[in-house]
Design a protein around this ligand. Structure first.
Ligand SMILES: Nc1ncnc2c1ncn2[C@@H]1O[C@H](COP(=O)(O)OP(=O)(O)OP(=O)(O)O)[C@@H](O)[C@H]1O
Ligand SMILES: [Mg+2]
Length: 594
């Protein structure tokens, strides 16, 4: 690709991203405009000091015609104070506007994040999500706005100072401007040099967040396997990578400022040399010269740091590009255009010749055929990794199937709105997620507007009453992040109460495999029995009682249904999969009366 074409693509991309920024800037446009306009006086006031030096030099130092130039120091202090006040307002406005814009972006990014299907989360780690959906929005806006503001202030400052240069001596001014041009030239090359390093730093910045999250969530595993050393080594590796990238960015950008420094000093040296000649030949006054040199130093100072300013602006550009790339992502599972509301009254759920794969070319479910009539209980059993969880996950569309169809009363579930489909299904997972907050908060998630009676009933049906009474604040006891303060069985029952309150006609239940003690197990079982009453239930069963009472038992091995029927029917099959499984796993339990 030619350099010109590449440049064009980059420019049009930047333009597109900026035009896409407009909806976020629009609500705050007035303050945004003020924050930019205020840069004009801030920048221009720089010229006042330089300008004031000419009459001071000429009238006081050289001609000694004014004995007490009281107004010049006062004017300098007054204008500088004014400039200081304006700078404060400018900082306030850019922070205000920048945060409003980044909040708008973050809100939309978060909304977008919640539309993604399960597979999106499967493929990412938490650090990526936090970095790309939060930190990048932050960096994009706050960094950009303050940098644009600084940039504008410097532009106006430069324009006014260049005016002072020309006012004092056009010959010297031309010399200074040429040097200025040379100093600015390398800045243009900087973008590509930073981009590659930036892309890598996104990866390691995400990795460090993931590391913190994993150490937090997996602290028990870390402790019990004595993984501290290993985690520290991993952390050190990430820190080293970050260190190397930071150094690389410095190597690629920080040569700019010192180089400009040198070019600028050549400019100043040239001005002094040529300026002395102009004074000697009385083409300019000493006042002109001092005012000129002051303006020149003031002009070059911001230009010397323009390299830093420019690389910061570039980083903001990359972040904006990243943010809009994320906003452009479309969820793969979403409502069809003419999606209909799923009725809560229905008769039959059917899996028709369903094929599914998580990764292309690796089929996980093959030819699943299943009919589940209203009010019936289907129990899924089979080898670990056989595809039980996957089969039930397809019904609420956590994943979409590859071929075949799943229908409810002959309507494909993909024709229903996701919201109505999921409203009709309550899921109790193998490992239930509880949110930070109280037991009440967590149960009420099932139905936000539940009445006190409904809530009490859910509590009772999940056999939580007795336990809750022992807590200091009853149902309002805070249970910690992920419900950490509850036991496994208690957590399960909170999840069951939540599902109970939702009162959906279809229940999906992934029974926890982790063995609870007999008493806890019996209580959870009773709670589950209550939840299943009068519902259509898809249960991945590990408990013998659940399996025996199911209307249909489906044995899934290696992604295929190998047997289907009632307990009695399946036990009739000599060397059948269910019978073998039953003999292996359940006979012993039955013998001890569980
Ligand atoms: N998110 C995923 N991405 C890729 N592969 C997956 C994913 N989830 C499960 N699998 C794979 O799909 C297959 C079926 O997994 P599934 O969780 O459905 O088994 P299961 O029958 O529920 O097992 P278990 O009884 O151990 O819970 C397994 O080989 C598993 O490795
Ligand atoms: Mg499973």
């Amino acid at each position: 690709m030619s350099a010109g074409l590449k440049e064009k693509i980059v420019t049009s991309r930047i333009y597109r991203n900026y035009s896409r920024m407009w909806p976020y800037v629009k609500p705050v446009w007035f303050r945004a405009l003020c924050s930019m306009l205020i840069c004009i006086p801030i920048g221009s006031l720089d010229a006042v000091i330089a300008l004031a030096l000419k009459p001071y030099m000429d009238l006081v130092m050289v001609e000694k015609s004014i004995s007490s130039p009281w107004y010049i120091p006062i004017a300098i202090v007054a204008f500088t104070s004014l400039q200081g006040g304006l700078k404060y307002i400018s900082a306030y406005l850019t922070t205000w506007v920048g945060n409003k814009i980044s909040n708008g972006l973050k809100r939309d990014l978060f909304k977008k994040l919640l539309t993604f299907e399960t597979a999106f989360y499967d493929k990412r780690n938490s650090g990526d999500v936090v970095f790309q959906f939060n930190n990048m929005a932050e960096g994009a806006c706050s960094g950009l706005l303050s940098n644009i503001s600084i940039f504008l202030q410097r532009i106006f400052s430069s324009v006014s100072l260049i005016f002072v240069l020309f006012y004092n001596s056009w010959q010297l001014a031309i010399l200074a401007t040429v040097v200025l041009g040379c100093a600015l030239a390398p800045v243009a090359k900087l973008r590509e040099k930073i981009k590659a390093v930036f892309d890598k730093s996104v990866i390691v910045d995400s990795a460090i967040i993931t590391e913190y999250n994993e150490v937090f969530a997996g602290n028990k595993t870390v402790t019990s396997y004595n993984l501290a050393k290993k985690e520290i080594a991993k952390f050190n590796n990430i820190l080293d990578s970050i260190f190397k990238l930071r150094i690389k960015i410095t190597q690629r950008t920080q040569w700019l400022s010192p180089m400009m420094h040198v070019i600028v000093s050549i400019g100043i040296a040239g001005a002094i040399w040529y300026g002395s000649h102009l004074i000697m030949t009385t083409q300019i006054t000493p006042g002109n010269f001092v005012s000129f040199i002051t303006a020149l130093i003031m002009l070059y100072t911001p230009i010397k740091s323009l390299g830093n300013n420019f690389s910061a602006v570039q980083l903001s550009f990359f972040m904006i590009e990243g943010v809009f790339d994320n906003l452009e992502l479309e969820p793969k599972i979403k409502d069809k255009e003419n999606a209909i509301i799923m009725p809560s009254e229905y008769n039959c759920i059917k899996y028709n010749n369903v094929y599914f794969e998580y990764n292309p070319g690796v089929p996980v479910l093959k030819n699943i055929e299943l009919v589940i009539n209203k009010g019936k209980t289907v129990a899924f059993v089979g080898n670990s990794g056989g595809g039980k969880t996957t089969t039930v996950n397809l019904l609420p569309r956590f994943y979409d199937i590859n071929s075949g169809s799943i229908t409810i009363d002959d309507v494909d579930i993909r024709d229903f709105t996701l919201e109505s489909l999921r409203q009709n299904i309550a899921v109790v997972f193998q490992d239930n997620f509880l949110f930070t907050g109280s037991i009440r908060d967590n149960i009420m998630l099932g139905k936000e507007d539940a009445t006190c009676e409904e809530f009490e009933k859910a509590l009772q049906m999940a056999y939580l009453n007795e336990f809750v009474q022992t807590l200091p604040n009853g149902v309002d006891t805070v249970i910690g992040e992920r419900g950490i303060l509850l036991s496994g069985g208690q957590k399960q029952r909170v999840a069951i109460a939540r599902a109970f309150l939702k009162n959906a006609p279809i229940i999906i239940l992934d029974e926890a495999t982790s063995a609870l003690d007999n008493k806890a197990e019996a209580i959870v079982q009773k709670a589950i029995d209550n939840l299943m009453k009068d519902k259509t239930v898809l249960v991945i069963a590990h408990r013998l009682s659940t399996i025996r009472n199911a209307d249909i038992i489906v044995v899934i091995n290696e992604g295929q249904i190998v047997e289907k029927g009632s307990h009695e029917e399946l036990m009739q099959i000599e060397n059948g999969a269910y019978r073998t499984l039953y003999d292996m796993q359940f006979k012993r339990q039955e013998g001890v009366g569980v």
